[in-house]
Design a protein around this ligand. Structure first.
Ligand code: KIV
Ligand code: ZN
Length: 554
């Protein structure tokens, strides 16, 4: 690979940079460009119905500024804009934004497309980079400034024809990251000189990383330098518009905010030219996960993904931050165990802060489900399996049972070569423990309580009908409780001589009523086996647990 073909990106000459010591304190002004930059980059652009659906979604999410297209460039964009205006679909507190180049016929048509709207941002751009000046326009610096100033003057001219609308103007030195900083400032100042913004009527200067060319700190340096050197800074909203060519546009936008910017343009899930624009959802939820109100509502993220995929025909990647199908799924056993403990402690301690290892935000906050957190594959540990049994089905397996059941599930996952869902895990639990009715099966039983008055001791007498390989047999025994009595009855009939090790039980909430579940561990031929029984009656649950253990050790 011939890396010598590429030049180093120049550093910014900035003294005493301040952005590294700053913190993000509040949400910036968000502007969605899903319907423009996002839409223009789709293999199949959205039709009017899809655009309306997307527009409504953006409004519901809380966007107050939405770039709706390039109305002078295509009939679909023009008609879409007219539909929004004529059908009164733009809420009073939402400002729509339209893009135009600095050509009179385009600007005239742009204003005409906006007639009747209450608020609008008209976004003017021309490319200013060294490379584009040389290879695309073959023009010098002065001529490029003249294009921008000409466009700025036309915006002033056409604005006066539509007094019913409150216009805000935006200028982008397109390909800003490929433009000399001093020159980018000069061209923006020239445009502002025409618009004469005030603190009450600000203009927007948008500094696009049209192509992401350097590490995010360099972009932050550029933004800080620009903000500090801009003459009328207090009358200008400094806006960022990043693309993701190097995969670091979220970081660039975040650092750009530290460096002084006020506004962010981006799209949902980072749709946009080439590697895409900034993903506003990610940046907003990054703020959210640090306790900052993002001023956008992503509490039903699955619905956002659904509408986005339907309208754009693009897919949200499984590992996409916050929204991907797998981002709240832990595959590793140690991760599962840590998450389980974190969730438990949060509940026990009534902790108002979210502190769960490996999961930076509560999936419930985004309308996502805890049941998606853990799925089991052959690499998963015993803790994950036990967690599923408890969280999804209410079975609190005794600690000593975790490795045994974990091994059963690992073997099944290996055998099938798939990752198991909670439902499959429960089915395997049922067939391994609850449905073990052969060769031994308990048909019925009677218990008598015997009170020995002389020594004030209580014992239990059992008469049980069991079947062994479908042949019925009556057995009888006595013990200090039903399980002990049944155990002794089996023993005295020479049925599977094993050692009793442990007993656990708890109530199992099934629907509106409670069942009992019992776990019995026995030892036979030097090995230990669990059995599990459930019933409305705790004695039946316990006797079935013993039968289940006996059947498992055969
Ligand atoms: O990426 C870009 O430079 C743009 C401009 C039109 C703002 O999309
Ligand atoms: Zn762009």
């Amino acid at each position: 690979m011939n890396y010598k073909k590429y030049k180093k990106y120049p550093k910014v000459n900035i003294k005493n940079r301040e952005w590294p010591d700053k913190e993000i304190e509040k949400a910036p002004i968000w502007c969605s460009v899903d319907l423009r930059d996002g839409n223009q980059s789709l293999p199949v652009p959205m039709n009017v119905d899809e655009k309306i659906k997307m527009f409504n979604l953006l409004v519901d999410l809380g966007f107050k500024e939405i770039e709706v297209g390039f109305p002078s460039a295509s009939n679909t964009e023009y008609n879409f804009l007219r539909t929004l205006i004529e059908e009164n679909m733009i809420p009073d507190d939402v400002t729509i934004q339209v893009l135009t180049q600095a050509r009179e016929n385009l600007i005239e048509k742009t204003f005409e497309a906006l007639r009747g709207v209450k608020n609008a941002i008209v976004h003017l751009y021309n490319s200013t980079s060294v490379l584009q000046r040389k290879v695309v326009f073959n023009k010098g610096k002065k001529e490029i400034i003249d294009i921008a100033v000409y466009g700025a003057e036309l915006l002033n001219k056409y604005k006066d024809k539509y007094p019913e609308t409150k216009f805000t103007f935006e200028y982008s030195p397109e390909s800003f990251t490929g433009t000399e900083l001093e020159y980018a400032l000069e061209i923006c100042e020239a445009v502002l000189e025409v618009w004469k913004p005030t603190t009450a009527n600000k203009s927007i200067i948008n500094l696009p990383a049209t192509v992401e060319m350097a590490t995010p700190n360099v972009y932050a340096d550029q933004i800080e330098w620009f903000c500090k050197n801009l003459k009328s800074r207090e009358s200008v909203i400094v806006s960022l518009h990043t693309h993701n060519d190097r995969g670091t546009c979220t970081a660039a936008s975040e650092l750009g905010i530290l460096a002084g910017a006020d506004r962010i343009e981006g799209t949902l899930f980072g749709n946009g030219e080439r590697t895409g624009n900034l993903d506003i959802m990610t940046m907003a939820l990054n703020m959210y996960s640090e306790g900052i109100n993002p001023e956008l509502d992503f509490s039903d993220l699955n619905n956002v993904v659904e509408v986005y995929e339907e309208c754009t025909k693009m897919n949200v990647h499984e590992r996409h931050p916050y929204a991907g199908k797998l981002v709240f799924t832990a595959f590793s056993g140690s991760h599962q165990d840590a998450i389980r403990k974190g969730l438990h402690v949060i509940k026990e301690e009534n902790n108002p802060y979210w502190e769960v290892p490996y999961i930076p935000v509560d999936p419930h906050d985004l309308g996502r489900e805890y049941e998606e957190i853990i799925r089991i594959n052959s690499q998963s540990g015993k803790g994950g399996t036990a967690y599923i049994m408890e969280s999804d089905f209410g079975f609190i397996l005794p600690k000593a049972m975790h490795p045994e059941f974990g091994k059963v599930i690992k073997a099944k996952s290996d055998e099938l070569g798939i990752e198991l869902t909670p439902k499959q895990i429960f089915e395997f639990f049922k067939s391994e423990y609850l449905d073990r009715k052969e060769p031994y099966c308990l048909k019925n039983y009677k218990l008598h309580s015997v009170q020995n008055v002389e020594n004030d001791e209580n014992s239990v007498d059992i008469e049980a009908l069991i079947s062994i390989n479908d042949v019925n047999k009556k057995i009888e025994g006595i013990g200090n409780g039903p399980v002990d009595a049944f155990f002794n009855a089996l023993h005295s009939n020479n049925i599977n001589c094993c050692k009793f090790i442990s007993y656990d039980e708890h109530a199992l909430n099934v629907g509106s009523h409670s069942k009992a579940v019992a776990y019995i561990q026995i030892e036979a031929k030097g090995k230990r086996y669990y059995g599990v029984g459930i019933s409305d009656n705790i004695d039946t649950a316990s006797l079935n647990a013993l039968i289940s253990a006996l059947n498992r050790c055969i």
